[in-house]
Design a protein around this ligand. Structure first.
Ligand SMILES: Cc1ncc(C[n+]2csc(CCOP(=O)(O)OP(=O)(O)O)c2C)c(N)n1
Ligand SMILES: [Mg+2]
Length: 278
């Protein structure tokens, strides 16, 4: 099973810029979608798909031995689509069809319509439970694949997430890694204003997980965190990735509370792309 290994930092940075660019252009063309949600995930998903972390084969997307990535914060679909296209699951040009009638690039990921999408998500709180199902499936089938699940930090307010955390810890599901995209904002305000959750890593640890907290925009730290996760035996692992909502585009990241679920207006797009530098 091939692994796209782009160990070189500059190459990964270039891929990350390209993904940021495609997040911006696809959502602006659609006139809807969640660019700020997607921009905070970019280094993590770039490392997963291009840093030699995940095993996958774009020519055989349902191979039983593949690693799985479940985007539980399904509204980050533009980010997921951008990295899947970059990896070669479908043509990059298709990103222009985001949210268009008939396109498999729906507003939220639909696993029945797009190769590379492992779970249909969008109703927050469910992805970790789905990831556990995949992880237990590996045990039953005697396979050694790993499962990566990304949640939002606002999403961590959902009770189902904590039921899943409790279950995975008690059952020592060690082929499961949770990444919390801790961008500090949810839909209408800061997470701290609505339902303070920090320290998230300590809380998850109490449920018999191994945890680490990192700068989710530092490729060095993201790379180390995934290396660490793979080495843990007997417990699931959580990576709290401290990120910035809208990272890389000043219009969005200077006021993250105002831009949830809003595309960059067409007249601001050129400036955003210049800032991204793609
Ligand atoms: C069960 C459920 N409730 C509400 C929503 C509406 N909703 C979509 S995104 C969002 C905020 C999510 O915040 P967070 O998890 O922090 O994600 P971010 O966009 O910051 O990455 C909400 C409440 C939803 N999709 N699902
Ligand atoms: Mg958030």
């Amino acid at each position: 099973m091939p692994q796209a290994r782009t160990e070189e930092r500059s190459a990964k940075e270039q891929i990350a810029r390209q993904i940021r660019r495609n997040i911006v252009t696809s959502t602006t063309a659609a006139g809807s979608g969640h660019p700020s949600t997607s921009l905070s995930m970019v280094e993590v998903i770039t490392q997963l798909f291009f840093g030699g972390v995940m095993r996958y084969d774009v020519k055989d997307p349902h191979n039983r031995e593949r690693d799985r990535f479940v985007l539980s914060k399904g509204h980050g679909a533009p980010g997921l689509y951008a990295v899947l296209a970059e990896a070669g699951f479908f043509p990059v040009e298709d990103l222009a069809t985001l949210r268009k009638l008939g396109s498999p690039l729906e507003g939220h990921p639909n696993m029945a319509r797009l190769p590379g999408v492992e779970a249909s998500t969008g109703s927050l709180g469910q992805g970790l439970s789905m990831g556990i199902g995949h992880a237990l499936g590996a045990r039953l089938d005697g396979l050694d694949y790993r499962v990566y699940v990304m949640t939002g930090d606002g999403e961590m307010e959902e009770g189902q997430v904590w039921e899943a955390i409790m279950y995975a810890g008690n059952h020592g599901i060690d082929n499961l890694t949770l990444i919390v995209d801790h961008n500090k904002y949810q839909q209408t305000a800061a997470v701290d204003e609505i339902q303070p959750l920090d320290p998230l890593d300590d809380k998850i640890k109490q449920f018999k997980w191994e945890t680490t907290s990192i700068d989710g925009h530092s490729f060095d730290e993201v790379e180390k965190a995934f290396d660490w996760a793979v080495g843990i035996k007997g417990a699931p692992q959580a990576i709290v990735a401290n990120t910035v909502k809208g990272k890389g585009v000043s219009l969005l990241d200077s006021e993250p509370g105002k831009w949830h679920g809003k595309p960059i207006p067409p007249e601001e797009e050129a400036k955003a792309l210049e800032e991204i530098g793609a």
